[in-house]
Design a binder for this molecule. Structure first.
Ligand code: ZN
Length: 241
C-alpha cells in the first residue's frame, strides 16, 4: 500500500469523526434573557455578541464551530447539548450577576468565573480545557471573581482550581448533559458598571474573545491527543484479543 494511503488510514483510525470542533452555546434566550447589565442590556444579547466574536476568531484559526441559541429561541437546555452531541468541545458563554443582597454594592464584585461538572462524562478533559482558558484570561490581564465559592446558599461552588478561578458546579444542565468535555464561562460581572465595560463593548469583548478562542484552540489539542491515545489503546486491545 502506498505510504500516503497508509497515513490516511492511520489518521482515520486515530481520530473520531467530530461534526464540528466547538459548540458555542449562547446562554439564555430572548424570552428568558438572564441578568440585565448595569447599562441595561439583557445578558442573552451580551452572550450572543461574545459568541459571534469568538466564532470570528475560531474561523481565522481554521477551527470549525456551530452557534447554539444565537436566534434566541432555544428554551430547552438539553436541546442544546443534543444538537452538539457529535462535537469535540462544548462551551457555554455567559455574563455574571451577584446575589440579590449584594446588588447594592455590585461594584465590589468583578472578574470572570469558569465552571465544570463532575457529572460530565469527560470531567478530566473539561477541567484541562478550563485551565487552558483560565491561563489565557489571566495572561490577558483578567482576574477571577472567586465569590462563587462563598460558603452561602446560592453559591458554595467549590474550587476545582482557585488560581485560575475554576469551580465545580455539578448540577449545571448543559455541563452535565454534554457528551463531550464542557466548560461554562461567566466573562465578567455585568451588574458592575466597571466590569461590564471591561468585558463588553467593542474593545472589552474583543479581549475576552481573543483569550477564550486561544484557550479553546489549546483545549482542542488536548482533546485530540486524548482521543488519539484512546484509539491506540483500543487497537492494541483488539490485537491482543
Ligand atoms: Zn447566564
Amino acid at each position: 500500500m502506498p505510504i500516503q494511503y497508509l497515513l490516511l488510514l492511520c489518521s482515520l483510525l486515530t481520530f473520531p469523526a467530530y461534526a464540528v470542533d466547538v459548540a458555542l452555546d449562547v446562554g439564555h434566550s430572548r424570552r428568558n434573557s438572564g441578568v440585565i447589565s448595569a447599562s441595561g442590556i439583557p445578558e442573552w444579547e451580551l452572550n450572543r455578541q461574545l459568541a459571534e466574536e469568538v466564532a470570528g476568531r475560531l474561523e481565522q484559526m481554521n477551527v470549525s464551530y456551530r452557534l447554539i441559541g444565537a436566534d434566541g429561541a432555544m428554551e430547552v437546555l438539553t436541546e442544546r447539548t443534543d444538537l452538539a452531541r457529535h462535537d469535540a468541545f462544548f462551551i457555554s458563554l455567559h455574563h455574571d450577576s451577584v446575589q440579590p443582597a449584594w446588588l447594592e454594592r455590585a461594584d465590589r464584585y468583578s472578574g470572570y468565573a469558569l465552571f465544570v461538572s463532575r457529572l460530565n462524562p469527560k470531567i478530566g478533559e473539561s477541567l484541562a480545557c478550563a485551565k487552558e482558558i483560565g491561563d489565557r484570561l489571566l495572561a490577558a490581564g483578567f482576574k477571577p471573581s472567586l465569590y462563587h465559592a462563598a460558603p452561602i446558599e446560592g453559591e458554595n461552588r467549590p474550587f476545582a482550581d482557585r488560581s485560575r478561578g475554576i469551580h465545580y458546579y455539578d448540577g449545571l444542565a448543559v455541563l452535565r448533559t454534554a457528551r463531550q468535555p464542557a466548560v461554562l464561562i461567566e466573562a465578567g460581572v455585568a451588574v458592575n458598571p466597571e466590569d461590564e465595560i471591561r468585558v463588553t463593548g467593542k474593545a472589552g469583548r474583543a479581549r475576552v474573545a481573543e483569550a477564550v478562542s486561544r484557550g479553546v484552540a489549546d483545549c482542542l489539542r488536548i482533546i485530540r491527543a486524548h482521543a488519539s491515545e484512546r484509539s491506540v489503546r483500543n487497537r492494541n486491545k483488539t490485537k491482543t484479543e
